[in-house]
Design a protein around this ligand. Structure first.
Ligand code: 13P
Ligand code: SF4
Length: 305
């Protein structure tokens, strides 16, 4: 049955010239029908390169907005309109304007997990895999980092030469993980390495053997000579790694490490969206798009190579 739906999707996406981009947190059946799977930085890079008439983003809204910002001439589709990112929606223009007033000499660096509207007020965008590199390459020394306090704190440690101010935003899923979760997992799997995403609490990050983006965590686990790993990010990564490396063992840091927004998109959502009976086409006025584009362009410029 799954194979049947996947075949219908593959046929339709070819007929309609749709490129399917999928974030690593999607389920494995979706990764199998995608043209490209990656972390937020890889998805933005790939969006720029695609030549198809339309792009479908299997992920959350800010990722589809990023594609629209980079590819205005294409139809950009989000199969599940309710798939948002609470961290991206936490901060509004007014709150950011107040912060900018408080720190007038600081360049505003936005985690890509922000709305297009907010990006219009920012200087540079970063992702978890590109942040330290981009911030080190920026000429500005004073930085206001929004909205993730945990990623901001992690970057501040990697870039001690910069003065980085952070705020109170966070990912409700990653920030929920505690030292006790680490202790529990380590006592159950004493030989496993702990790999975590920098959106986790600093106490959890300080206990990790490796810290990286979703793609970086997967690459590290695949290339490592170790054969047991505790995965400190969304549990879909445990599933993908288990399928890609059957000779190794992967354990979730917690059974509650689930992003319901990311898990909202199902194979059926992709099919209905391709058939034109579901999903949403992302629309953006040109003024917002152009204003939001400059910080993404700067990210791609400073983050490449
Ligand atoms: P990555 O850029 O590491 O894929 O992170 C996206 C995200 O939303 C993590 O929660
Ligand atoms: Fe947003 Fe967290 Fe879900 Fe990533 S895991 S999409 S940051 S809520």
């Amino acid at each position: 049955m799954i194979k049947e739906i996947q075949d219908r999707i593959l046929k339709l996406k070819k007929e309609r010239d749709v490129c399917i981009l999928a974030h690593c947190y999607q389920t494995h059946d979706i990764l199998e029908i995608a043209d490209y799977v990656g972390d937020s930085f890889g998805l933005a890079q790939r969006a720029q390169e695609t030549e198809s008439k339309a792009v479908m983003m299997c992920g959350v809204r800010f990722m589809a907005e990023t594609v629209k910002i980079l590819c205005p001439e294409k139809r950009v589709l989000l199969p599940e309109p309710d798939a948002g990112c609470p961290m991206a929606e936490f901060l509004d223009r007014q709150m950011l304007a107040q912060l900018k007033e408080k720190y007038p000499d600081h360049a505003v660096v936005a985690y890509i997990n922000t709305t297009a509207e907010l990006k219009t007020l920012c200087d540079v965008c970063v992702t978890s895999s590109s942040a330290p590199k981009i911030i080190k390459r920026m000429p500005e020394d004073k930085i206001l980092f929004i909205p993730d306090r945990n990623l901001g704190g992690y970057i501040a440690k990697q870039c001690p030469e910069k003065e980085i101010v952070t705020m109170q935003g966070c990912c409700p899923i990653h920030a929920k993980m505690t030292k006790q979760d680490v202790e529990r997992a380590k006592s159950a799997y004493p030989n496993a390495l702990l790999l975590v995403h920098p959106e986790c609490d600093p106490e959890v990050v300080s206990l990790a053997d490796y810290v990286g983006s979703t793609t970086e965590i997967m690459d590290y686990a695949k290339q490592s000579s170790a054969d047991e790993f505790i995965i400190g990010t969304e549990n879909s990564i445990v599933q993908h790694l288990g399928i890609d490396c059957p000779e190794k063992r992967f354990y979730p840091l917690s059974k509650d490490f689930i992003c319901h927004n990311m898990q909202l998109t199902k194979l059926a959502s992709v099919l209905y969206c391709l058939e034109g009976t579901g999903g949403e086409e992302i629309m953006m006025d040109e003024e917002t798009r152009l204003a939001a584009k400059s910080c993404i362009d700067r990210m791609l410029e400073l983050g490449n190579g």
